[in-house]
Design a protein around this ligand. Structure first.
Ligand code: ZN
Length: 327
């Protein structure tokens, strides 16, 4: 395990010496505000909102180490957010509540927990950050890894939004060699939705591969997105995409588990973006069934193991060209 990971887990990240030129300010434990001279953009980079999704945490610590050592010059006002610290220490997704359902003030309706308090603290520090960045373009990348395998290994989930998302944001996702982009069509309790809606930022959730323990990640898998983020932070030209164009999807339906009779009729190893045949009964509970239609055959995040009232999966349709992605 890298020394900085140990520092993060041992409450000692604050001891890391940082250049004065970056005006380092810890806004809370695991929340660092860095402002270089003449920033071009305001960028929130977050990882570990789910505590056991370690690869993005290691990626963010690597970026921090290089900023600290002066190996990476920054032209970007940065808020680095290490999300659910108690869950990281326990190598768990969360201790009491899924933090990424509690943003946008939902933590106030939730029973008191570490996650509810931390979501409130992250909202406050994010607001404090953007209050200092004036008219700079506001961007946010919330980095995750997924529970299950995926036919399209790396993808972005763009929150439902009404304000414009400039092409430059999609250029970054393409330069990071992501395989796909999923456009949400309804609001949610994620950190990325909160930042997009509240601050009119360009924000997304990045799913960068499968969750593994600290030290077990193949960081080569994350090299392309790491390069793109470093280019963005440094104000350098983005790397040129080597892969075929991003595939675009839209959320057509969220499958909400109604009660404990809910059953998902999928093998447990079913990968994200699996195309299901039309007419297939995907899920059932005592009062209804969910059947696959022609228009939205792709399954994302199937998980029957959620509390009633929460999402047990999404059905995706091929996306529309309104995102005007690069060719
Ligand atoms: Zn996650």
């Amino acid at each position: 395990m890298q020394p900085l990971t140990d520092s993060l887990l041992a409450h000692a990240l604050r001891d890391l010496p940082l250049p004065d030129a970056l005006q380092p300010r810890w806004l809370a434990e695991g929340v660092l505000h860095l402002t270089p001279p003449e920033p071009q953009r305001a960028l929130v980079l977050s990882a570990g909102i789910h505590g056991n999704e370690t690869a993005p945490i290691e990626l963010l610590l690597g970026l921090l180490a290089d900023l600290a050592a002066g190996r990476l010059a920054s032209r970007t006002a940065l808020l680095l957010v290490f999300g659910n610290l108690p869950a990281m220490r326990a190598n768990r997704r969360y201790l009491h509540h899924d933090m990424n359902r509690l943003f946008g003030g939902r933590h106030r309706q939730s029973p008191p927990s570490d996650e509810a308090a931390r979501a409130a603290e992250i909202e406050c520090t994010t607001e404090a950050f953007f209050a200092t960045t004036g008219d700079l373009p506001r961007w946010h990348l919330d980095m995750h890894t997924a529970i299950r395998g995926s036919r399209l290994p790396q993808f972005a989930l763009v929150p439902h939004h009404r304000h414009p998302y400039p092409q430059a944001f999609f250029d970054l996702l393409a330069a990071g060699e992501l395989d796909a982009l999923v456009q949400h069509t309804a609001p949610g309790g994620t950190y990325s939705h909160y930042v997009s809606e509240t601050f009119h930022a360009q924000s997304c959730t990045l799913e960068l591969g499968k969750a593994r323990p600290f030290g077990d990640n193949d960081l080569a898998q994350f090299a392309a997105i790491d390069r793109a983020i470093r280019a963005l932070v440094g104000g350098e030209p983005l790397p040129t995409r080597q892969k075929p164009p991003l595939q675009v999807f839209e959320v057509a339906e969220s499958i909400i588990k109604g009660d404990e009779s809910f059953t998902l009729h999928l093998p447990p190893e079913t990968e994200n973006f699996t195309r299901l045949p039309a007419g297939y009964t995907l899920a059932s509970q005592q009062d209804r069934h969910w059947t696959i239609g022609e228009a939205a055959p792709y399954i994302l995040f199937p998980n029957a193991n959620v509390a009633p009232g929460l999402r047990a999966g999404m059905l995706l349709s091929p996306g529309t060209p309104r995102l005007s992605l690069p060719e």
